[in-house]
Design a binder for this molecule. Structure first.
Ligand code: 8NA
Ligand code: MG
Ligand code: MG
Ligand code: MG
Length: 347
């Protein structure tokens, strides 16, 4: 059904925006049980139709996601130099969007070298080991939408788009895992329940192929993301207890590294398919985002990635409009999703 697909494109990019905007105020924080009550009230308040407040600003996650969508919309044949220019132009137009500390050096080198070798600046990061940050994963959703029925191209474009800023194998494979999660969610009927076991086993199978073909001589963790996904599955089966969240953070991570956050985002999405103690809402997309925020750490990015997966599954109808209305430029993101939908060959 084309209407469902169009709604899923919107849902995905809006879920990503909402996670970023609503998570950003808590970025870098450790969340106590008192904070969880405050976060519950913060979401409740923004869902009140009469509540007016200054909008929540988006950060680097959305700034870069917008460039990814524009790159796909403007260029029928992927032009990665064009994408690099979009990232750089966007950064110098609005540098204060909370970019990662090191990625700025890549933007400066790209600009100063006039884009002669768009992969060299990223390759030079961290004495040649490349960034393992989650900056590739946080912005990847448009690629999953655009190439939703062209898996091999999706993977190749996602990889080459990520390598402009992140050349470390953890940064790249983390972006691929997030991309695959969004693409899988896109193909699930929004009116049926998710089969969590099947979702995880499909992810595991695909990331195994990718890891089997990855050169990981530097770290020698050739099954890193496969192991991570197995931990996601185990944690999903655990009964709630007071220490469970600490165990989740310890095992899956809540940091700025892709390895410490992509599995966590997938976990949040799957966990939020049913009720979670102390997260009071019937709305699955809100529950996904609010839960990601309560895990603390890199809240905007983990909520952004989890929100993109949830929105790709459930579509725009499942988004609370009041909550969305507090997010900066949500109407621009709707147009962007529609343009991407058209560019992907739909009308
Ligand atoms: P990045 O490429 O600058 O990486 C982020 C950080 O990860 C770097 O500054 C390093 O500290 C660390 N890092 C990455 N690779 C290596 C390595 N090989 N060796 C040692 N350290 C390394 O930026 P990015 O685009 O990946 O950004 C990721 C995150 O930063 C996003 O969450 C984004 O929102 C932003 N951010 C996060 C926070 C926070 O407190 N969580 C605050 C501001 C900005
Ligand atoms: Mg951010
Ligand atoms: Mg290998
Ligand atoms: Mg972040």
């Amino acid at each position: 059904d084309p209407n469902i697909m169009k709604s899923k494109f919107r849902g995905c990019l809006l879920g990503s925006l909402m996670g970023d905007c609503l998570g950003a105020p808590y970025e870098g924080n450790e969340i106590s049980s008192g904070d969880k009550i405050i976060i519950q009230r913060y979401f409740d308040k923004m869902e009140e139709p009469e509540f007016k407040g200054p909008f929540k600003k988006y950060t680097d996650d959305t700034a870069m996601m917008k460039s990814m969508a524009k790159f796909l919309i403007d260029k029928p044949e992927p032009d990665f130099t064009y994408l690099a220019k979009l990232f750089v132009t966007e950064y110098f137009k609005e540098p204060r969007r909370g970019y990662g500390q090191s990625v700025v050096a890549v933007f400066e080198k790209l600009r100063n070298s006039k884009y002669t070798n768009i992969y060299q600046p990223a390759n030079e990061q961290f004495d040649g080991s490349g960034s393992y940050g989650n900056g590739g994963a946080m912005r990847i959703a448009p690629v999953a939408l655009y190439y939703s029925s062209d898996y091999n191209n999706m993977i190749n474009v996602a990889r080459d788009a990520t390598r402009i800023t992140h050349s470390n194998i953890f940064g790249i494979n983390g972006a691929l895992l997030q991309c695959i999660a969004v693409q899988q969610a896109l193909h699930i009927n929004p009116s049926s329940k998710i089969n969590i076991k099947e979702f995880c086993s499909c992810l595991l199978e695909k990331i195994k192929l990718i890891e089997d073909n990855s050169d990981d001589s530097e770290f020698n963790m050739p099954e890193a993301y496969q192991e991570k996904l197995k931990k996601v599955e185990l944690l999903l089966e655990k009964e709630y207890n007071d220490d469970l969240e600490d165990e989740i953070i310890y095992t899956l991570g809540n940091g700025i590294g892709a390895y410490d956050s992509v599995g966590t985002a997938i976990f949040c999405f799957l966990k939020a398919q049913s009720c979670i103690p102390k997260i009071e809402t019937d709305n699955i997309i809100r529950r996904t985002i609010q839960y990601a925020v309560t895990l603390g750490g890199d809240t905007d990015t983990i909520a952004c990635m989890a929100g993109a997966i949830a929105g790709a599954y459930l579509g725009e109808e499942a988004i609370n409009k009041a909550l969305l209305s507090h997010c900066e430029k949500y109407d621009e993101i709707i147009s962007l999703a529609d343009n991407l939908y058209q560019a992907a060959g739909n009308t």
